[in-house]
Design a protein around this ligand. Structure first.
Ligand SMILES: NC(=O)c1ccc[n+]([C@@H]2O[C@H](COP(=O)([O-])OP(=O)(O)OC[C@H]3O[C@@H](n4cnc5c(N)ncnc54)[C@H](OP(=O)(O)O)[C@@H]3O)[C@@H](O)[C@H]2O)c1
Length: 331
């Protein structure tokens, strides 16, 4: 039998184990033109929370009682498709199943000799590309700029800060534990870090760390942390609106300070994006990230949890900051 994980309920507030259901199906059989895939690494990502709502968005909501889908690295264990052979590894948006059939459409082959397989989900994959295009295309870093990154110790944030350093910027990271702040400075080369969970006055802390104002704010979290950064924004600053994890579990979006006067007064550009916007440039972005990794100009961390049955908990744990770097489940 083949195990799979279905969306059992649409979560209310923080997702719970009971929102997921383990089920079994007959092991799938191959037809001509198809490949049989064995799941190796599963990416759990904050944006999956949005797909669990029955709401129109840039991507279709998950259907109830159907398998969840996310970025997965899988091994081809049987092939009736001439483009793939047994032993190939592929990256694709695949179901949370131990085995599954694919026609090969929308699968990208990945090469374990070029980069460790799990990094195709992180540093040279979706989250690395998000960091790269969001910062370079929207943030447009210039030497001497001060960058603030929220969610700084996570998959996207840790790469943003390091690219900021490559571009000659001063980088301040915001994260949720003292260990993460130490890691930002010691392992990722950030200039400063602020623990938002132990800092009572975030506005004052950011002002102290960036006395001349924030030229680029790379926002992964939204909410009150972003309110505090925007209160310290510099003239002609760029605000890269990448994520808003602090709001994803809210049933009603809270009202914060109205920011438009700040944007007007300081001629600030604030732009949201989804990584799909850059699809035609993924190849170029991956090459650049792989080159920086090889040259040790960037480093990456992963939190790898072992076991198919741990996938729901690993996803839930993102909302408690249990990961540093990319959260991945190895099956
Ligand atoms: N626009 C796009 O195309 C795109 C693509 C990928 C990701 N994203 C977004 O980018 C953000 C980061 O994604 P990721 O994959 O790199 O995840 P991640 O940062 O590796 O993991 C999530 C982190 O968010 C922090 N967090 C959780 N709840 C929080 C809260 N209430 N307030 C502040 N921080 C909180 C936790 O760290 P702490 O210990 O520091 O709290 C946690 O480790 C997410 O918002 C995601 O949706 C956007």
């Amino acid at each position: 039998m083949n195990r799979m994980i279905l969306l059992n309920n649409r979560p209310e507030g923080k997702p719970q184990q009971s929102d997921f259901k383990f089920a079994e199906e007959e092991k799938p059989k191959l037809k001509e033109g198809e490949v049989l895939l064995k799941t190796k690494y599963v990416s759990v990502d904050p944006y999956l929370r949005g797909r669990m709502r029955d709401q129109k968005s840039y991507i279709e909501p998950f259907e109830l009682h159907k398998p969840i889908v996310s970025g997965i690295i899988a091994e081809v264990v049987e092939s009736k498709n001439p483009d793939f052979k047994e032993g190939d590894f592929v990256n694709g948006m695949l179901a949370w199943k131990e085995f599954q059939i694919s026609t090969g459409k929308n699968l990208q082959k990945v090469d374990a000799d070029q980069a460790p397989l799990s990094t195709y989900l992180g540093a040279v994959g979706m989250t690395g590309l998000t960091a790269y295009f969001g910062l370079t295309d929207i943030g447009k870093p210039k030497e001497g700029d001060t960058i603030v990154v929220s969610g700084a110790a996570g998959a996207v944030g840790s790469i943003v800060g390091q690219i900021g350093k490559i571009k000659g910027c001063r980088v301040i990271g915001i994260a949720g534990t003292d260990e993460k702040i130490e890691m930002l400075k010691n392992d990722f080369g950030f200039d400063e870090g602020i623990n938002y969970k132990t800092t009572s006055d975030m506005r004052a802390a950011i002002k102290k760390a960036a006395p001349n104002g924030v030229n680029i704010y790379y926002d992964n979290v939204g909410g009150e942390i972003s309110d505090a950064v925007l209160a310290n924004i510099a003239r002609d600053a760029r605000v890269v609106v990448c994520g808003a994890i602090s709001l994803y579990n809210d049933e009603k979006t809270p009202t914060g300070p109205r920011v438009t006067p700040i944007l007007i007064k300081n001629s600030v550009l604030m732009q949201g994006f989804t990584i799909g916007n850059y699809q035609d440039r993924f190849g170029k972005g991956m090459l650049q990230l792989a080159k920086w990794l090889k040259e040790d100009k960037i480093t990456h961390k992963e939190t790898i949890i072992k076991g198919f049955d741990k996938i729901p908990q690993a996803f839930i744990d993102l909302f408690d900051g249990k990961n540093t770097g990319k959260m991945i489940v190895e099956v």
